[in-house]
Design a protein around this ligand. Sequence first.
Ligand code: UDP
Length: 370
Amino acid sequence: MYDFIIVGAGFFGSTFARKVTDSGHSCLVLDKKPHIAGAAHDEPQDDYYVSSYGAHIFHTHSEEIWNFVSNFCEFLPFINRPKVLSDNKIYSFPINLMTLQQLWGVKTPKEAEEILKRKKVQCENPNNFEEWALSMVGEEIYSKFFYGYTKKQYMREPKELPTSIIQRLPIRLTYDENYFTTKYQGIPKYGYTNLIKSMLDGIDIELGVDFLKQKDKFMRLAKRVIYTGPIDEFFNFEYGKLEYNTLRFEKKHFSGDQQGNAVINHVDESTPYLRSIEHRHFYKHGESIKHYDSNQENFTSVITYDIPAKYEENPDPFYPIRNKINSEIYQKYSGIKPTNVMFGGRLGEYKYLDMDQSMASALQKARIFD
Ligand code: UDP
């Protein structure tokens, strides 16, 4: 008999397990996959790590979270400065003065402000992705940088999507190309799987186990269940299916540096993939990474291409689609509240949570059991 069975060994489940274990509770962590670390899972390749499910850059505003996660790994400094490839040209991204220089030749914040003022589409109360983007940057930037990419990623028109998706991105009238605005940012020196492994140290783990297939057995095995899988699946889709966006990943091995940067966003609608990730660049501050600046050396460089996929065809849900219909369905599920079951994480809370937000949510929920 355990105090907790935690379903899912991703960021939420592992943080929760660590916290309640440290408060004296016993835990069993289960995962359907044959590995820990959820979507942050990665594998070693020479002197760096290749993530199995797309780019992960740990970033947070919270000193508490940064201190907590730093107990389990050392971080390499890394600032995410992705580039956009549009019409065979590379642009600085997120939108900043350099992007506007490349587009319109402006050099100063004042020049940028003036030109943007003329380009913006007036909208009193923007209440979808498209309206918000048009009201912030106007038609030209919207169609070049946002429309094709977002339509590919979400497989629907941006006007059917909530503003929260685009509000994740800064728009800056300075030359600051940092994708994030957070105080802390970095890459675990030995990858995310090792970070989670260290977090789960001393905790019982069973991998390749589908909790839902043996729900009754597991419910009897523990006083409480923490479920981080899709909440609709837990309730056997009683109130209908929630929608998720998903990606599949194509990995290719090359000799030498291919793209000169960790992340390139491919914004043209005609390009089938969203991003290409050259993993080696995340580890440029690693002590052992060889010949970082040289593209002459014959080293193996792994690039992963993120390709949008239909959830029905690719059963890994990555992005909850919080539109009106899905939010209503989610409200019904979250209102059920079975005794002794708590839901958490991106899929359990049906909410776009970054890694740090998942940790924060887990720490908060685990505090009840201190
Ligand atoms: N986005 C875009 N063009 C880009 C990058 C991002 O239109 O080159 C939009 C897209 O809708 C995306 C959102 O901005 O979902 C938030 O970007 P983020 O990088 O946070 O995407 P995620 O990490 O969710 O894939």
